[in-house]
Design a protein around this ligand. Sequence first.
Ligand SMILES: *Cc1c(COP(=O)(O)O)cnc(C)c1O
Length: 412
Amino acid sequence: MTHAPLTTDASTDALIEAGRASMSLSYNPQPVVFVEGRGARVTDREGREYLDFLAGIAVNTLGHSHPALIETLKSQLDRLVHVSNAYWTEPQIGFQQRLVEHTFADRVYPCNSGAEANEAALKLARRYQRVVREQDRYEFITFEKSFHGRTMGAISATGQPKYHAGFEPLVPGFHYAPWGDADAVRSLVNDRTAAILVEPVQGEGGVRPAEPAFLAELRRICDEHGLVLIFDEVQCGVGRTGSLFAYQHYGVEPDIMTLAKGIGGGVPLGAMVARAEVAEGFTRGSHASTYGGNPLATAAGCVVLDEVLREGFLDHVTAMGERLRDGLRSALGDHPRVVDVRGLGLMNGVELDATPAEALQVVHACREDGLLLNTAGGTVVRMVPPLIVTADDVDLAIERLAANMGALDASA
Ligand SMILES: *Cc1c(COP(=O)(O)O)cnc(C)c1O
């Protein structure tokens, strides 16, 4: 039996109007109501099917309705949904063990979102400097065009003025270096610096993979000055780039890594992981979250990690990513409004010579044509499909995007 609020007889227009009337003005969903998803496809209330190249913003790692995820969640629902971190549960322990086994890290702080994972990382870095190293180091270096979430700490870390507007004063102690500029980082380091926080592949800022030498240099700077290196892999982690974690692709190990988005495959889940010495910054009671480690969410995390670690899964991500970029370059490389096609694995962007409003016209035209996308950094069309997309899905997405580039001129 379906609980009444989950389905209604209202028309879709009336439903959307009711949604708009009652929702926080900080959101602006596109005018479509989804009711179902299978693999890389979702279906709206009118029965129209869409190819999903947004994947809930790089979240639906295994696609929609993955059988192993459904089965595990259903059986966990039947057994136990929540007890809090006052007790242990098997899924939580399994989740921690998997992350420790497959990363540089020794300890896991389970939480529920990317902003929370970053908040935990910032707090741990300060505590580590003060409690373990007994240094009065509390400042952070982050990057322009970065994105780290929406809590006060996370927006303060985010090097984009549009996320700060109206929320000042920010948390003090953040300095922003130009993206990719290790010399600028060196000149910002002082005897108050605690940590450097960086996305190995910038996501919201416009899909920008770091140069390998840049991340290696950040590691060197941290080692020279006793700083904590934090990788925000909330978007680029969990197989997205074709490696289990992006740091493995780059061969540069951070001290702390933050995860969310794809780690739960659609169930809200985040984690901050740290190597042993740094993790000692937290002592009993110094940080917590009521939902953190929730057995339903961590059960999902276990399934996602097991599936992504299956033989051949990551090779598939790499192959599909190459097919997507090659296809986009041959279909759009000569387009007068296409500036760049870039990405790593299945985290890709097509940068347009356009205004943000024009880039959105392309997104809307594609949706009307059955392809879900969004923009990042205003003028970059972002493609972050489920990692299970097929070659046919990739080819169809390229075809539909190419067919709707005319939306740029329509808005001129
Ligand atoms: C989305 C994102 C966040 C914030 O995650 P939330 O779950 O929305 O809080 C943080 N960092 C990066 C790199 C992200 O892409």
